[in-house]
Design a protein around this ligand. Structure first.
Ligand SMILES: C[S@@+](CC[C@H](N)C(=O)[O-])C[C@H]1O[C@@H](n2cnc3c(N)ncnc32)[C@H](O)[C@@H]1O
Length: 450
């Protein structure tokens, strides 16, 4: 059920290769070993393969290099017709490797005979176009699994405003338990349920609970289920919430199926003796010492192939100015190494290095003229002028790993379910990637003996 990249026929071999790739010194460096913000402090550029930097340096516009790198992620051969000439073989091999280690993201299409779900207008009118498409696709799949397995109850965790929960209750004749940690989200969902004419406590039941790895939610779900089997779902269950749900599905007897889509991987908490439920969760990944930094997890939230090319974008300045100022602060011993304060930068601050520095220093309670002089600001700006391509390319190199990172996170969840005896465990790209890049749904069914 996991559609492996074409180079692989065996999931564990694939997983071993993905982990080994993420642990390569270059992968570790570009996904946070040296953060882009510290590019000038630790001279990250000089630690890239020299044939790559020698090829990029003469390019007049770093955006050409960025486009070339991002296009390399696309599967369609046409996308690579515009590859820059003369790219070093070692870089092409690296890019091929990234592509060949990433799970496919092409939307999974259910056969036409599986009924579509008509979202009632009163609910659809509350949703943005993207959300509506996600709810239609998610509800159709969930409804199909429920009908095929005589399931009449769905538990939706991280239900938010209830877009999916209410659709399943109103359009699919399913009883839904909508759980969210935010009382505000639950209040919004309840109000919408009332508007849609759904009966609280029957068609839809709301529960405010912040789900953790150690809570007693299993008992509450079982009481609500009244001995009937349920499907557990979550659309964009952020960070560790997806992992808690995956665990819950294996420990709650009434849950027979799971279908969960994750997001916000930067909110995943790592495994440690004080956080035994942390990432990775599977024995397989733990035994292979899978270790992703927070920066690597953030990378998993990116979708560079969806970026809209804008030749006038000033976005790249954010990384460049930050890296120059980090170097200045570092040289003056003004910020503790490793500290990552939020600088509250607004787009207008990117007008010049000076305006950027003024804003950042005020956030850090530092003063121009006292802690850093005008002359120093001007000198650093001059010294690093012409090196913005370095931060632009370093940032792009890191986000190129997004699909590999997401693949390894999803594989960890798949292995956990398999290790706990779940069957038909799989990964389905349920949404259209260009609209909803967090589109991988992890699914599974409890085996007989579980
Ligand atoms: C990205 S939103 C998705 C909402 C909804 N599923 C949707 O597709 O519109 C994630 C939701 O999960 C909730 N959430 C995050 N962590 C949670 C936790 N540990 N326990 C319960 N709810 C949580 C948030 O309050 C938020 O409403």
């Amino acid at each position: 059920m996991v559609d492996l990249p074409s180079d692989y026929t065996e999931i564990h071999q694939y997983a071993r290769d993905v982990v080994a790739f993420m642990h390569k010194p270059l992968s570790v460096q570009i996904t946070g070993g040296i953060h882009v913000n510290d590019a000038f402090v630790y001279d990250a550029w000089s630690q890239l393969p020299s044939e790559w930097t020698a090829w990029w340096e003469p390019l007049s516009n770093p955006q050409d290099a960025q486009k070339d790198l991002i296009n390399s992620l696309r599967k369609e051969p046409e996308a690579r017709q515009h590859d820059l000439q003369g790219r070093p073989d070692s870089l092409s091999e690296w890019l091929d490797r990234i592509r060949n280690l990433s799970l496919d993201r092409e939307q999974f299409v259910l056969p036409e005979e599986i009924p579509h779900v008509e979202v009632p207008e009163i609910l659809a009118s509350r949703m943005a176009t993207k959300k509506l498409a996600e709810v239609k696709a998610g509800a159709r799949y969930i409804n199909h699994v429920c009908k095929a397995n005589n399931i009449t109850r769905v538990v939706d965790i991280g239900s938010g405003q209830g877009y999916l929960s209410l659709t399943l209750a109103a359009a699919c004749d399913l009883k839904v338990l909508a759980i969210d940690g935010s009382a505000k989200q639950i209040a919004g969902s309840k109000a919408a349920a009332e508007q849609a004419g759904l009966t609280e406590g029957d068609q839809i039941t709301h529960l405010t609970r912040f789900v953790t790895g150690t809570d007693e939610l299993a008992t509450e779900i079982s009481t609500w289920a009244k001995g009937e089997k349920c499907l557990l779902t979550g659309l964009h269950a952020c960070g560790s919430l997806s992992e808690h749900m995956i665990r819950l599905s294996t420990t709650t007897p009434c849950i027979s199926h799971i279908a969960v889509v994750g997001c916000c991987y930067n909110h995943i908490t790592p495994f440690s003796p004080s956080n035994p439920t942390g990432f990775p969760i599977s024995t397989f990944m733990r035994s292979h010492n899978l270790n992703l930094s927070t920066s690597a997890l953030i990378t998993g939230c990116q979708a560079p192939t969806n970026w809209i090319h804008n030749p006038n974008s000033i976005f790249g300045r954010k990384h460049f100015y930050r890296a120059v100022l980090e170097k200045l602060l570092f040289d003056k011993n003004l910020v503790a190494d490793g500290a990552r304060p939020v600088w509250g930068i607004r787009n207008g601050d990117l007008r010049s290095f000076h305006t950027y520095t003024s804003r950042a220093l005020s956030s850090l309670n530092l003063t121009i003229g006292k802690d850093i002089s005008e002359r120093e600001i001007a000198e650093y700006e001059k010294a690093y002028a012409g090196r913005s391509a370095e931060t632009a390319i370093l940032w792009t190199l890191s986000v190129l790993l997004c699909r590999v990172v997401e693949s390894v996170i999803v594989l960890d969840r798949v292995f956990y379910l398999q290790e706990k005896g779940m069957e038909e465990v799989g990964v389905l790209p349920v949404f259209e990637y260009r609209e909803s890049p967090r589109n991988l749904m992890v699914v599974g069914r409890k085996g007989e003996g579980v």
